[in-house]
Design a protein around this ligand. Structure first.
Ligand SMILES: *[C@@H]1O[C@H](CO)[C@@H](O)[C@H](O)[C@H]1NC(C)=O
Ligand SMILES: *[C@@H]1O[C@H](CO)[C@@H](O)[C@H](O)[C@H]1NC(C)=O
Ligand SMILES: *[C@@H]1O[C@H](CO)[C@@H](O)[C@H](O)[C@H]1NC(C)=O
Ligand SMILES: *[C@@H]1O[C@H](CO)[C@@H](O)[C@H](O)[C@H]1NC(C)=O
Ligand SMILES: *[C@@H]1O[C@H](CO)[C@@H](O)[C@H](O)[C@H]1NC(C)=O
Ligand SMILES: *[C@@H]1O[C@H](CO)[C@@H](O)[C@H](O)[C@H]1NC(C)=O
Ligand SMILES: *[C@@H]1O[C@H](CO)[C@@H](O)[C@H](O)[C@H]1NC(C)=O
Ligand SMILES: *[C@@H]1O[C@H](CO)[C@@H](O)[C@H](O)[C@H]1NC(C)=O
Ligand SMILES: *[C@@H]1O[C@H](CO)[C@@H](O)[C@H](O)[C@H]1NC(C)=O
Ligand SMILES: *[C@@H]1O[C@H](CO)[C@@H](O)[C@H](O)[C@H]1NC(C)=O
Ligand SMILES: *[C@@H]1O[C@H](CO)[C@@H](O)[C@H](O)[C@H]1NC(C)=O
Ligand SMILES: CC(=O)N[C@H]1CO[C@H](CO)[C@@H](O)[C@@H]1O
Length: 712
């Protein structure tokens, strides 16, 4: 190995030269940077770092200079900088790049910066800048060098400027999404900025029509103006924009039909997203000419007619989202075999019919398939087992037959996590033991409203990843199996409205996730994308939807269960909903039920329960639904806590019960013991309840509307 030594003197000289270069930044440049620093009310240690390191400002953190030691770049993203962005930056005459993203800067964006004679990239995204964006031409008349302006995710309000862009001849990318801009999309945008490639105005409050002049944007590739309040039609002129690849206007108020003749002029289109508007009419045949199309989102509109067979020419399609429309006819018209890149196909709630075309089973990359809420019939082919990536499948609300064959076919789909097949297979027999295998990754199984006969099958005990099991509204008989606690991850079990008999097995009181507040009960985060599909909502709202779909629940209502309610029920401390109504339970309501302090809904109505209402039920501060009507309970209704808020209907049909909400008053001997909860604990809980309810209602509403309707 070659080696040599460096004389210490030489080393010293080299180091010295490195440490103090011949030139340094000018005092003027330094002054301007220090002015910027002075504008900060919190600097995240920047002042210390700049002071300590060097007198040459070119060596300062976040500062880059050119060979002439002039500042060319200020990159101070995610530094916790608070305060105003000083206009002194604009006095750095060689400054090209400014990146101040992900800070909590507030105040306005001063015109000096946007109209700087040197800055070409200005990124102030993810700050808290507010006020109007300056309209420039009143200040400058010559073209500005700015190429990239990212002001997204701030709090800018007021009218979106229209004149500014007339002096932005060099502008290539403009991202103003996620603010509160009002007014129209500027019609002359590309007259001033002919090189515009990217325009993102999503998540604002823009209104009015889409200007036809956007068609003049010959370089425009990405156009995103979703989640605004635009109206009118999608102008055909927009397809004059020769470079368009990404056209996206979801969640506005657009109307009219898709113009087949014009749409094909833009054969480079990869993404077409017009979901969540009022678009009507058919998908034009000519769509088949968009051979580069990868994403097609037309969901949640008013479209109808058959799907064009030409869709199968769009060989690059990854996502087809046509949910919540009125499409009809035989899905078999489309040959899916050519769509080898297809990952998700969402057809929920349309009027499609026929059998599931065999060609779908050759889309080997298919991950999510939602056919619910249509008029499909026939059997699911064994070939569905080819779909090795299939993770989400919903067949709910169709007329499929042969559940045994369906489950056998799906055994080979090793990745399946969510399987919703309710409202099909009417009156068939629940496939019984030993014959079903696989489903190691299944987390959510719903087989509701099928009128299935037979017992709760033992093969379910092998589905050890199961978190949610819904079997309501069938004709299942026999007992609740004692293996139920072997489903370690189960937190939601609904077997209501069947004909199940026998006593509640003690093992049901040992379900691990119902006993503890252990985390990790929610659906796998990797299913979030699929969750988007399930719920059809923005990711920001998704957590709430998942939250409510994931409420810990035990529902045994409307069966023929008998015996006493076991005292051990008090162990299921994590439960939010418990329904034991309309069975043959007798004996007293166990005191231990008062230990279920998270309960929000408790229904014990229509049984043969006797004795007094446990006074400690008052301690269930979250109870919002409570029903013990139609039993043989006696004595006074506790008058404190949540119980006092429920009406007659919660208690009726118990002749020996008395209380102020009943005809039967108790007289003067109301003897319920007083229970005192610590005030702090109570206030904490009240605050939690209020916060919870606000989010919860959004979620529950959606679940009622969509989840329940289509997933049974
Ligand atoms: C600004 O910096 C962030 C990281 O802090 C980076 O993600 C972003 O791409 C940068 N902006 C530009 C325009 O380069
Ligand atoms: C920028 O420079 C000009 C003159 O060169 C000066 O008048 C002005 O005050 C400076 N602005 C800031 C904010 O430093
Ligand atoms: C802001 O937008 C520009 C242009 O699209 C982009 O290069 C940059 O990465 C964005 N900044 C952040 C923080 O995402
Ligand atoms: C615009 O910025 C937002 C973040 O504020 C980002 O999510 C979005 O992807 C950006 N748009 C484009 C087209 O890059
Ligand atoms: C919108 O901005 C807020 C706050 O700046 C941020 O938390 C959120 O992630 C942004 N949303 C998108 C879609 O970029
Ligand atoms: C959206 O625009 C319509 C008129 O087109 C108007 O009535 C409505 O108030 C606007 N909504 C919002 C949120 O701005
Ligand atoms: C939906 O489209 C049909 C024609 O296909 C039309 O009669 C109806 O008025 C439209 N509904 C809405 C809400 O736009
Ligand atoms: C499936 O997707 C992978 C990437 O996720 C890709 O490499 C592969 O080519 C696709 N398969 C087919 C049949 O297109
Ligand atoms: C269901 O399919 C299987 C396998 O193809 C077949 O043997 C069985 O007869 C079918 N059952 C019904 C009820 O059609
Ligand atoms: C419930 O069980 C009783 C006998 O205990 C029986 O008479 C009744 O028919 C059963 N009801 C149902 C719905 O199975
Ligand atoms: C409630 O739970 C506590 C501790 O978990 C236990 O000591 C107590 O006996 C339970 N109360 C009833 C009535 O079961
Ligand atoms: C880039 C650089 O040299 N940063 C240093 C500046 O000074 C602080 C102490 O104030 C050091 O921690 C940094 O490493």
């Amino acid at each position: 190995m070659p080696s040599f030594t460096v004389p210490p003197v030489v080393l010293f000289v080299v180091l010295h030269i490195l440490a103090s270069p011949a030139t340094a930044c000018t005092e003027q440049e330094k002054h301007n940077l220090l002015r910027f620093l002075a504008g900060l009310s919190r600097d995240g240690g920047l002042a210390t770092s700049w002071r300590d390191n060097s007198t040459n400002c070119c060596k300062w953190e976040g500062v880059v200079c050119n060979e002439d030691e002039a500042v060319t770049e200020v990159s101070l993203g995610s530094k916790g900088l608070e305060g105003c962005i000083s206009p002194s930056l604009a006095n750095l005459t060689s400054l090209l790049h400014v990146n101040l993203s992900y800070n909590p800067f507030s105040g306005g964006l001063l015109p000096e910066l946007m109209s700087s004679g040197s800055i070409i990239i200005l990124d102030v995204s993810f700050n808290q800048l507010n006020g109007p964006l300056p309209d420039l031409p009143y200040l400058v008349t010559t073209n500005r060098p700015l190429q990239v302006l990212n002001i997204s995710s701030n709090q800018f309000s007021s009218k979106f400027p229209s004149a500014t862009w007339k002096v932005m001849k060099n502008l290539i990318a403009l991202n103003a999404s996620n603010n509160s801009f009002t007014g129209n999309i500027p019609s002359s945008l590309c007259l001033g900025s002919p090189y515009l490639v990217l325009l993102d105005l999503c998540y604002n409050q823009l209104s009015g029509n889409i200007p036809t002049a956007l068609g003049d944007c010959s370089k425009l590739k990405v156009l995103k103006v979703g989640h605004n309040n635009l109206s009118g039609t999608l102008p055909v002129e927009i397809f004059h924009a020769a470079s368009l690849e990404y056209l996206s206007f979801p969640n506005n108020g657009l109307q009219g039909e898709l113009d087949g003749a014009h749409i094909v002029r833009r054969s480079n289109i990869r993404t077409l997203d017009l979901g969540g508007n009022h678009i009507s009419g058919k998908i034009p045949e000519s769509i088949g000419q968009l051979t580069r199309l990868e994403e097609l989102h037309l969901g949640n509109n008013n479209m109808s007619g058959e799907l064009p067979s030409t869709l199968s020419n769009c060989k690059n399609l990854k996502t087809i989202d046509l949910k919540l429309n009125d499409f009809s006819g035989d899905l078999g018209k489309v040959n899916f075999a050519t769509l080898q890149n297809l990952k998700s196909l969402d057809l929920i709630k349309n009027n499609l019919n026929g059998i599931v075309p065999e060609s779908i089973y050759s889309c080997s990359n298919l991950t999510a398939l939602r056919l619910s809420g249509n008029h499909f019939h026939g059997e699911i082919s064994l070939r569905i087992g080819n779909l090795k990536h299939l993770s989400f499948l919903s067949l709910v609300r169709n007329s499929f037959t042969n559940i045994t064959k369906t489950l056998h076919a799906l055994e080979s789909c090793r990745n399946i996590s969510i399987l919703l097949i309710g409202r099909n297979f009417m009156n068939e027999a629940m496939p019984q033991d030993e014959i079903i295998d696989g489903f190691q990754n299944l987390q959510f199984l719903s087989m509701c409203q099928c009128s299935l006969t037979g017992r709760i099958p033992a093969w379910l005990s092998k589905l050890t990843s199961l978190k949610i099991l819904l079997l309501s509204n069938n004709q299942l008989t026999g007992p609740m199996p004692s293996w139920i606690n072997s489903l370690n991850h189960l937190f939601r079990l609904d077997v209501s409205n069947n004909s199940l008999t026998g006593e509640i097995p003690v093992t049901l009181m040992q379900m691990p996730l119902l006993k503890s507040d252990k985390t990790g009960m929610y659906l796998d985060p990797s299913l979030i994308d699929l969750g988007l599909l399930i719920y059809g909502v923005a990711p920001t709202q998704l957590q709430y939807h998942i939250g409510s779909a994931s409420a810990k629940e035990l529902n045994l209502g409307k069966n023929n269960f008998t015996g006493m309610i076991p005292r051990e029920i008090g162990q299921l401390k994590a439960l939010l909903y418990m329904n034991l109504s309309s069975n043959n339970f007798y004996g007293e309501i166990p005191q231990s039920i008062c230990n279920l302090t998270n309960l929000q809904r408790l229904d014990l109505s229509n049984n043969h329960l006797t004795g007094a209402i446990p006074a400690a039920l008052e301690n269930l501060h979250f109870l919002s639904q409570f029903n013990i009507s139609n039993n043989n309970l006696e004595g006074p209704i506790p008058t404190r806590g949540q119980l006092s808020t429920f009406q007659n209907s919660s208690f009726g049909g118990n002749p020996k019960l008395c209380g102020s909400v009943l005809i039967n008053h108790c007289g003067s001997v109301e003897a319920a013991p007083i229970y005192i909860t610590s005030a702090k604990e109570y206030i904490d809980k009240v605050i939690f309840v209020i916060a919870f309810c606000v989010f919860f209602w959004v979620a529950v509403l959606y679940d009622q509307l969509v989840l329940f309707k289509y997933f049974g």
